[in-house]
Design a protein around this ligand. Sequence first.
Ligand SMILES: N/C(=N\O)NCCC[NH3+]
Ligand SMILES: [Mn+2]
Ligand SMILES: [Mn+2]
Ligand SMILES: [Mn+2]
Length: 301
Amino acid sequence: KTVAIVGCPFRGGQAKLGVDKGPIHLVQAGLPEQLAELGWKVQFDGHHQFEEISTEDDPPIGKLKNPRSVSRVCEAVAKVVGEHAKKGQLPLTLGGDHSLAMGTISGTLEKYPDACVIWVDAHADINTAETTDSGNIHGMPVSFLLGIGPKVEEFSWVKPLLKPHRIVYIGLRDVDQGERRILREHGIKAFSMHEVDKYGIGRVVEMALDHVNPGRKLPIHLSFDVDALDPSVAPSTGTPVRGGLTFREGHYICEAVYETGCLVALDIMEVNPSLADSESAKQTVAVGCSLARSALGETLL
Ligand SMILES: N/C(=N\O)NCCC[NH3+]
Ligand SMILES: [Mn+2]
Ligand SMILES: [Mn+2]
Ligand SMILES: [Mn+2]
């Protein structure tokens, strides 16, 4: 089995510098070798070079910031991920900010139209062009994938292939009013940190899988934003939120998803090595690597 590492040095979906350095730090920490150690054939043809569109050539469209850059990069990522998937490889996308998931999940859905999405995150990332406050597109990818909200010409390449009953959230704890309404109106299932506390991570993952993948037959795309973890575990990330998943809870999700045998694509997003002191940055990069290993078969025994 081949895992194709798709390094995406991209930060256009948000404002902080450094998240584009996530991929290089994850690779330099030895992730390819670690996956080979697990028995994977590892394909890594270098980090993808995305030609940046300068800000003066990419003025906001409505509230949306860096729209052309985000759209172009995500479209390229969709193609790359789709190509790897079509070759029967498992694309492992290293971010970079979470707007990239517009590309990765589009790529997955092209090959696996019946795929379900497990979105692990402190945030729902489901704002539309209308509901967004910040205009940062990393808070919006899910709305584009579902095809909800006002049409934005620039993103017309995103096909609304994702269905509301095919996505489930784990780890939510910072969801704004507009997003809460969207989740409710579309009947989208979400396990917040309240449910994690109430039922425990084991039961939450079981309920999440039962919701999107009852027969454990559907391909799974796991999109993991490291800010789902508590900031004490993954401090070096752009939008840290207190009261997150423990180190073990985060890894349990990855282990349990691997155990289904249904994983077809994985994203490790929002590692920003430049936001904390070097020890904390290293810790966050190391967590990104270990989450990936757990999702790709590393066990404790
Ligand atoms: N990390 C973020 N999304 O996962 N930030 C954007 C969302 C803020 N509402
Ligand atoms: Mn490639
Ligand atoms: Mn996110
Ligand atoms: Mn987040």
